[in-house]
Design a protein around this ligand. Structure first.
Ligand code: HEC
Length: 136
């Protein structure tokens, strides 16, 4: 009996550990991992100009103001606010990938390196990337 209780407990642990990985609760990448493309950031800039700039200056998401809020957190924190509550006058009205593109634009504003692959517009991918300051 005791033995099977231990087995059950460790099986439950294994499940919760893999769920954590699946949900990206331990981010495997950072904003320094070249997680978006230049073309994507350009698209994001255009969407931001159209849908967000009536209320937000890009400076809000650049440098100190950005890191004060999001440093050390997963990009999912930005994603949840953006895709869940913005634009404030019409929340969730953009396509998921448009929110992803805007976040790529934020990374560009903060001068992070670009790579070959786009930043996917979904919560799982965002949870897997931790915001950290630019490594020069
Ligand atoms: C109608 C005005 C309005 C529009 C349009 C708007 N926002 Fe916002 N946004 C706000 C307000 C108000 C807040 C909360 C107060 C603040 O943090 O400035 C906010 C906060 C945020 C935050 C949290 C900032 C932080 O540092 O905590 C993010 C991220 C954000 N908005 C992204 C966006 C994006 C992306 C868009 C375009 C898709 C957008 N917003 C469009 C009004 C707006």
């Amino acid at each position: 009996m005791i033995r099977s209780a231990i087995l059950v407990t460790s099986a439950a642990l294994a499940v919760s550990v893999s769920a954590a990985v699946l949900h990206g609760q331990t981010p495997q990448k950072t904003t320094n991992s070249a997680v978006y493309t230049t073309a994507q950031a350009e698209r994001g800039k255009a969407v931001f100009g159209e849908k967000c700039s009536a209320c937000h200056d890009p400076a809000r998401f650049t440098g100190a103001p950005f890191f004060e809020v999001f440093d050390g957190k997963a990009l999912k924190e930005v994603w949840d606010i953006a895709s869940g509550t913005m634009p404030e006058d019409n929340p969730g009205s953009l396509k998921p990938q448009e929110y992803g593109d805007i976040i790529a634009y934020f990374l560009h504003l903060n001068e992070f390196a670009t790579g070959e692959a786009e930043l996917p517009g979904n919560a799982g991918a965002m949870a897997n990337i931790k915001v950290e300051k630019l490594k020069k």
